[in-house]
Design a protein around this ligand. Structure first.
Ligand SMILES: [Cu+2]
Length: 466
């Protein structure tokens, strides 16, 4: 028997708790199921057995520990109800695996034989489909088609050999609409057997998912088809999504899987990348194509790589602007240019605390403290060194810093911009630092600049809808 310490690889997974499997008779043969309480990004799980690889950093997630039994790598997933913090101030009652949604990332190596125990602690049956894997048909996890359902209380065993390396996912193929809308999914990363193949310095992974949770409530509406109000990465919404911490000069890979009901163009600032992996495998080295935005369709996975050579705090986000918005904003009416006059006073007479907003745009919502029901997230939020970020949903920050040692994922704080490299308010003269730096704008004179006075935009009749 392996000791609990060896199984959990205690050196790198401090926050992992180990729960015994229910059923005394089975405890000898089923590996203990680790469970995670923290919603933050956990330290990558350095392999303690088998070939070396650079472990995955699961954004706001963790990697499942395993044990070796002969030449089988054994994992234990427990499907169960979980409480997931979507961002500080909001929790959701979801279904997931081993204490979290998404479940833990399964990491293994090309050629490994994996045995995955799946225990069902849900109130209804489930299965797991290993999305993208080559495997015997009966291991594919489709209820009714390839296997009987895993009933509540049962444990099923999946066994297959990992025939190719790459980025994969797992999710139920049983009552699928409901179970995926409740957050049941996870990443499955297979590393190449040759540790030098496709090696990068930082290897991040996250799933795109979405929920429809009404303000003040905790349960996702499971039959929503398109009108989701929380756009999340690994079941977290900005500002709940951790930053990507990267050393200057690091080769970085991001792997993204889409288990929402719409496509997401994922965009990074300040760098161009090459798309190096799709669902079908690696893009041959000479054919990887350059982008700054990669559209990820429903059910797809994409991996892209770049050299992080520009220090700074760079935005990484979905480019559908409604996907960088949280729950409270999606039904706000458009009043741009409208003269709201004394509307606020009038409505406040019947609806206490009513605030008329939006006649100058909606940015004020990013900085003001609006009264909100408990357990929801403001439309646009987050603060950084220059003020309100006015974002939500699928948004994060990549912090590229000089001198980080390998494996250092501590948040370094906000970027200290060198003098003369931050956009500034123009007051008629150019500061010495900018002129000395030879900014192209130094050729402009005051007369070239068209000054638009705040408030000069005319209120056009008919601009408000509703
Ligand atoms: Cu999106």
């Amino acid at each position: 028997m392996l000791t609990r310490r060896a199984f959990v690889n205690a050196s790198s997974m401090s926050a992992v708790a180990v729960a015994a499997v229910s059923g005394r008779g089975q405890a000898a043969s089923i590996p203990e199921a680790a469970t995670m309480k923290e919603a933050g990004t956990q330290k990558p799980l350095v392999p303690h057995t088998g070939p070396d690889y650079n472990p995955i950093v699961t954004l706001n997630g963790w990697t499942a520990p395993w044990r070796m039994q002969g030449d089988w790598k054994e994992f234990h997933l427990v499907a169960e109800p979980v409480v997931r913090e979507i961002a500080p101030g909001m929790k959701a009652y979801l279904w997931g695996y081993n204490g979290q949604s998404p479940g833990p990332t399964i990491e293994a190596v090309e050629g490994d034989k994996v045995r995955i125990f799946v225990t069902n602690r849900l109130p209804e049956h489930t299965t797991i489909h290993w999305h993208g894997q080559r495997l015997p048909n009966g291991m594919d996890g489709v209820t009714g088609l390839t296997q009987p359902p895993i009933k509540p209380g049962q444990t099923f065993v999946y066994e297959f050999q990992l025939r190719r390396s790459g980025t994969f996912m797992y999710h139920p193929h049983a009552d699928e609409t409901l179970q995926m809308a409740m957050g049941m999914m996870g990443l499955f990363i297979v590393h190449p057997r040759d540790p030098k193949e496709r090696r990068v310095d930082r290897d991040f992974a996250f799933l795109l998912n979405a929920y429809d949770i009404e303000a003040g409530t905790y349960l996702p509406k499971v039959n929503t088809m398109l009108e989701f109000n929380l756009w999340t990465w690994n079941s977290r919404a900005y500002p709940g999504i951790d930053p990507f911490i990267v050393g200057k000069g690091d080769k970085v890979r991001m792997r993204v899987g889409n288990l929402t009901m719409t496509n997401h163009p994922i965009h990074i600032h300040g760098h161009e990348f090459h798309v190096t992996g799709t669902d079908g495998g690696y893009v041959p080295e000479g054919s990887a194509w350059p982008e700054v935005t990669v559209d990820i369709a429903v059910g797809q996975m994409r991996a892209f790589e770049f050299m992080a050579d520009e220090p700074g705090d760079w935005a990484v986000h979905c480019h559908k602007s409604h996907h960088t918005m949280n729950a409270m904003g999606h039904s706000v009416k458009t009043y741009i240019g409208a003269n709201l006059g004394n509307l606020q006073t009038k409505i406040a007479k019947v609806a206490k605390g009513y605030t008329a907003m939006g006649d100058k745009g909606m940015a004020e919502m990013g900085s003001m403290e609006m009264p909100m029901p408990d357990n929801t997230l403001p439309m646009m939020t987050g603060f950084a060194q220059f003020g309100a970020v006015e974002m939500g949903g699928m948004f994060s920050v990549m912090k590229v810093r000089e001198g980080l040692s390998a494996g250092d994922y501590k948040d370094p704080g906000w970027y200290k911009n060198p003098p003369g490299t931050v956009a500034y308010a123009f007051n008629g003269t150019l500061p010495e630092a900018v002129r000395a730096a030879g900014s192209p704008d130094a050729t402009h004179t005051k007369a070239d600049v068209r000054v638009v006075k705040p408030g000069s935009m005319p209120a056009k009749p008919g601009m408000q809808h509703d």
